[in-house]
Write a protein that binds this ligand. Structure first.
Ligand code: ADP
Ligand code: MG
Length: 492
């Protein structure tokens, strides 16, 4: 389905600013559709005067649609063409005298010129399904009257409001609750939902007849002087959104000043109770904090385990047994590093470069007494999910350990130990290369039964679905290559 942009650029001769105006109209015309109980189609004149092209469409959420099909991207038929021409040429809202029966239901068709900088740049066709029109209630009359004012503002070029930006994630809609203010800012109509929202804010008195700005500011729980900006929004003086927090409830307001023919006729104020929504957001926020706290505790516990193993190792005489426990200390330590990083991360995603640095430092520390080789890391691991980071930290620990322990078996030895990470969006390749003594004769990764490489193989192949190779390094020493699928790199 082509977008408004595509259609406007390829099939019309509208300029940049005109298209921008239509964008902001379309981002806000749900309001007009809902107040009108009608479908809206935005028509723009096609290039070279070849007719009208539908570039956007909106259905009402307050009533049934009269346009089952999508019309965006189609050209106007002769009937519509006439109406659109008239609305443009006479620069006024134009209504067909007879309903249209094309789709088997009576539909009233109107053309509303869209004006910018004193020119009609497009026409909105408003189609009202008359089958569902009953004797209108107070609510419906108020909606329709608001719709008329808004339509006139579109035709006069004063709606959408220039430079008005939607501040909140989802603006209140007509169905959420509606207040109609008169010229002086007093409430002349309040929908049942709007009444309830103000009740929840703690209003005991009747809304009808009250000055909404003053009343609203008075409901805000605070000892401070009245909130001026809230007062101005609630009084319907400026087109803006605001949130009212009082009596344990939170209500979102959106005010739409109505200025027709140069004079203020009042305002519409849309009202939405967002108490539950805000409460859920707060809950989610504390859930994140809880997850971080748990990572923090897991890290502490792992560090305790490592400390206990270290104590136990010191009491042992047999060097082999001590070495085994030391190794266990390092394995546990590398997992603790990942949890520590996760305890600071807002999501279950970590910057692995940080972890790699710490793991390399830990590997270097253990062997510092015997070997003068310091691991050097180049390239970048990027962001990794916790599910990949934990096993990978262990794998890196084992490979570095082997290089330091087996590659440079003699004390005070010098040499090169390099970790190279190459990250693509969905793959990560890590090479651990040392310039040490090289693999023993007859080394075979597949048949190695020693614990370290068995752990590495299980994690890389079994858990991470990657590949592992260990081979002689060109120029002497050993090279281990781990190649993993890691999913998309999330945006920062
Ligand atoms: N970088 C390396 N340089 C030389 N030999 C290595 C290297 N990595 C692994 N090896 C050989 O592979 C064997 C198995 O390693 P591993 O499974 O980690 O067990 P461990 O380290 O406990 O001996 C080592 O004993 C060593 O002989
Ligand atoms: Mg080992």
């Amino acid at each position: 389905m082509p977008t408004l942009n595509d259609l406007a650029r390829s099939h019309t001769s509208l300029g940049e600013a005109d298209v921008e105006h239509l964008h902001s109209l379309v981002s806000d015309w749900q309001l007009l559709a809902d107040l009108s109980f009608a479908d809206l189609v935005l028509w723009a004149p096609a290039k070279d005067g070849t007719g009208w092209l539908a570039i956007a469409q909106m259905r009402p959420t307050t009533g049934p649609t009269s346009l089952q099909d999508d019309v965006v991207g189609t050209f106007a038929g002769p009937e519509d063409q006439r109406l659109l021409d008239v609305a443009r040429d006479e620069r006024r809202i134009w209504r067909e005298s007879d309903p249209d029966w094309t789709n088997g239901v009576p539909v009233r068709i109107e053309g509303i010129p869209v004006t910018r900088a004193n020119r009609v740049i497009a026409v909105i066709e408003r189609c009202t399904n008359l089958n569902s029109a009953r004797t209108p209630s107070r609510l419906e009359l108020t909606y329709l009257q608001g719709a008329d004012d808004l339509a006139r503002m579109v035709a006069e070029g004063t709606f959408p409001f220039p430079g008005a930006d939607a501040m909140l994630v989802r603006s209140p809609r007509v169905g959420d609750g509606l207040l109609r203010l008169g010229k002086s800012g007093r409430v002349i109509y309040a929908s049942p939902n709007a009444q309830s929202a103000y009740r929840r804010l703690g209003l005991a008195a009747d809304l009808i007849g009250s000055e909404l700005g003053v009343v609203t500011a008075g409901l805000v729980a605070s000892d401070e002087p009245l909130d001026e900006s809230l007062m101005v929004v609630a009084a319907g003086r400026v087109p803006r959104e605001a949130e009212v927090d009082g009596n344990g409830s939170v209500v979102q307001l959106r005010s739409i000043p109505l200025i027709v023919g140069g004079s203020r006729t009042g305002a519409l104020v849309l009202v939405r109770d967002v108490t539950e929504l805000r409460r859920r957001e707060r809950e989610l926020m504390t859930k994140d904090a809880t997850i971080r706290e748990i990572h923090h505790r897991v890290k502490n516990n792992l560090q305790t385990v490592a400390a206990l193993l270290r104590l136990q190792a010191r009491r042992l005489r047999a060097p082999e047994a001590r070495a085994a426990l030391d190794e266990a200390v390092r394995r546990v330590g590398s997992i603790a590093v990942v949890h520590e990083t996760l305890s600071h991360a807002p999501e279950e995603v970590v910057d692995f470069d940080e972890i790699a640095d710490r793991v390399a430092m830990m590997a270097g520390e253990v062997s510092a007494a015997e070997v003068r080789v310091i691991p050097k890391i180049t390239g970048s691991f990027g962001q990794l999910s916790a599910a990949v980071a934990t096993p990978l930290a262990m794998v890196l620990t084992e490979l570095l350990q082997n290089a330091l322990q087996h590659g440079f078996p003699h004390a005070r030895e010098q040499g090169l130990l390099e970790v190279v990470a190459v990250r693509e969006p969905e793959r990560l390749t890590v090479t651990v290369a040392d310039s040490g003594v090289g693999l023993p004769d007859g080394f075979d990764l597949e048949s190695a039964t020693s614990l370290g490489l068995q752990i590495v193989r299980t994690l890389v192949v079994g858990e991470l679905g990657g590949r592992l190779r260990i081979m002689p390094r060109p120029g002497g020493g050993t090279e281990a290559v781990v190649d993993l699928p890691v999913g998309y790199e999330p945006e920062r």
